[in-house]
Design a protein around this ligand. Structure first.
Ligand SMILES: Cc1ncc(COP(=O)(O)O)c(C=O)c1O
Length: 378
C-alpha cells in the first residue's frame, strides 16, 4: 500500500482529531443508483421513512408561487412560520426555533451543550445522527441497550452522572418503531436531574395512535430542561426542503437561536411548511394509508413466520433471524429498496417504510420471493 504523502499528513494534522473519527452518514440507497445497477425502470424506495404520497397540492402551489422570489434572502427569523407553529402548540414564538431539518437542530444542540469530558446519553441502537454530535464535540457517548425493542428509561436514569449533559431520545423510536406512552415519558422527565438537557425527538409523532399519546409537548414544557424536536420531513412530506423545529422554554430556544446560521431555512421551505400546516386533510389521508400499511406488514410477518416489531411510526422493523444482506439485495434486484440494519446495530433486520397501498403490496410480493434467496453473507 502506498504510504501517506508528507503534505497530506501535514494538512490532516490541521483538522481536529475528532473529525477523523467521524464517518459520513449513509442514507437509503437512491432510486437512480438501483435503476442503473440493475437496469430497472420501476423502482420503489421504502428506505428513508418518507411520505409516499408527497406533499399536498396546496403545498406545491405555494412553492411555485414563491419561486420568483428566490433571488432574495429568506426571512432570517422565519417570523410567519414560527408564529404559526407557536399558535399550533399554544406557546409564544420565542419558544420555537426552526432549522434546516431536525438534523441541524441536533448539531446545534450538541455544539451548545457538549464538550470534552461530557457525556451524551442515548439508546442502543438509536437514530444514527445522535452519536456524531458527541464525537464532534469530544464528548463521550453512553449507550443504553433497548429493552423489548424500546428505550429502557429506568436503565437510562441509572446511567446519569454529574458529567451527563444531554439525553437524546426518539419517540417513536427509530429504527424500532416502538412508542413509549406519555405516562412513561412523564415519569422520566420528572426524574432526570435539571442539569441535563433532554432532547425529545418526535420526528414520527403524528403517526402514533396509542391511547396514551398527545401530552408530551405539555409535559416537556412543564420542565425547565427539555426541548421537543418535530419535523416536516415525515407526515408533511417535505424531506427535500429540510424543515425541522424545536419547542421549549424561551431561554433554551434562545441558545439555539444564538448559534444557528442566519438563513438556515430557505424561503421555499418556509412557505411550504406554512401551507402544509394548513392542510389537515392531506395529513389524515396519509395517516389512514399508514395504518393500513402497518397492519399489512405486521400480518405479513406473522404469515411468513417472522418477528415484526409493533410499530407506531411509518415503518416496520422485520427480524429475519438471519443475515439480512442477501434478502436486502434480492429485493433491490426486484426494484424494492428497503433499509438493511446491520449498519444501525441491528444485524438480521430490515426496516421497511410504509408506502402507498400499491407500494406496500409490491413490497409484500417481492419480500416473499426475496426470502427464498440463499442465506449467507451476500
Ligand atoms: C428519529 C429521527 N429524528 C430526526 C430525523 C431527521 O429529520 P429531518 O429530516 O427533519 O432532519 C429523522 C429522520 O429520519 C429521524 O428518524
Amino acid at each position: 500500500m502506498a504510504s501517506t504523502p508528507e503534505w497530506l499528513g501535514a494538512i490532516a494534522s490541521a483538522v481536529k482529531p475528532q473529525v477523523h473519527r467521524l464517518v459520513p452518514y449513509v442514507p437509503g440507497t437512491p432510486i437512480i443508483d438501483v435503476m442503473a445497477k440493475y437496469g430497472l425502470t420501476d423502482v420503489v424506495k421504502l428506505a428513508s421513512n418518507e411520505n409516499p404520497f408527497g406533499p399536498a397540492p396546496a403545498v406545491i402551489e405555494a412553492i411555485r408561487a414563491a419561486v420568483p422570489e428566490i433571488g432574495l434572502y429568506p426571512d432570517a427569523g422565519a417570523v410567519e412560520l414560527r408564529q404559526a407553529l407557536a399558535t399550533k402548540h399554544g406557546v409564544q414564538s420565542d419558544q420555537i426555533s426552526v432549522a434546516n431539518g431536525s438534523d441541524e437542530l441536533l448539531q446545534t444542540i450538541g455544539y451548545a451543550v457538549l464538550g470534552e469530558g461530557d457525556e451524551l446519553l442515548i439508546g442502543d441502537p438509536t437514530f444514527l445522527r445522535y452519536e456524531p454530535q458527541a464525537i464532534l464535540n469530544r464528548a463521550r457517548t453512553v449507550k443504553v441497550p433497548l429493552r423489548d425493542d424500546a428505550h429502557d428509561l429506568d436503565a437510562m436514569l441509572g446511567r446519569i452522572t454529574d458529567r451527563t449533559k444531554c439525553i437524546m431520545l426518539c419517540n417513536p423510536h427509530n429504527p424500532a418503531g416502538t412508542y413509549l406512552p406519555d405516562g412513561a415519558i412523564e415519569h422520566f422527565l420528572e426524574a432526570v436531574p435539571k442539569h441535563v438537557l433532554v432532547v425529545l425527538d418526535e420526528a414520527y409523532y403524528e403517526f402514533v395512535d396509542h391511547p396514551d399519546h398527545g401530552r408530551s409537548m405539555a409535559l416537556a414544557l412543564g420542565q425547565p430542561n427539555v426541548l421537543v424536536l418535530r419535523t416536516f420531513s415525515k407526515i408533511h412530506a417535505l424531506a427535500a426542503l429540510r424543515v425541522g423545529y424545536a419547542v421549549g422554554r424561551p431561554y433554551l430556544v434562545r441558545w439555539i437561536e444564538q448559534i444557528r446560521e442566519p438563513f438556515n431555512v430557505n424561503s421555499l421551505a418556509q412557505v411550504a411548511a406554512l401551507a402544509a400546516l394548513r392542510d389537515e386533510t392531506h395529513v389524515q389521508q396519509t395517516l389512514l394509508a399508514n395504518r393500513a400499511g402497518r397492519e399489512l406488514y405486521t400480518q405479513t410477518a406473522a404469515r411468513l413466520g417472522l418477528r415484526a416489531v409493533l410499530s407506531q411510526a411509518n415503518f416496520v422493523l422485520f427480524d429475519l433471524g438471519r443475515h439480512e444482506q442477501p434478502v436486502y439485495e434480492a429485493l433491490l434486484r426486484r426494484g424494492v429498496i428497503v433499509r438493511a440494519c446491520s449498519g444501525m446495530g441491528l444485524p438480521g433486520h430490515l426496516r421497511v417504510t410504509i408506502g402507498t397501498p400499491e407500494q406496500c403490496d409490491r413490497f409484500v410480493r417481492e419480500f416473499e420471493v426475496a426470502l427464498s434467496a440463499p442465506a449467507g453473507s451476500g
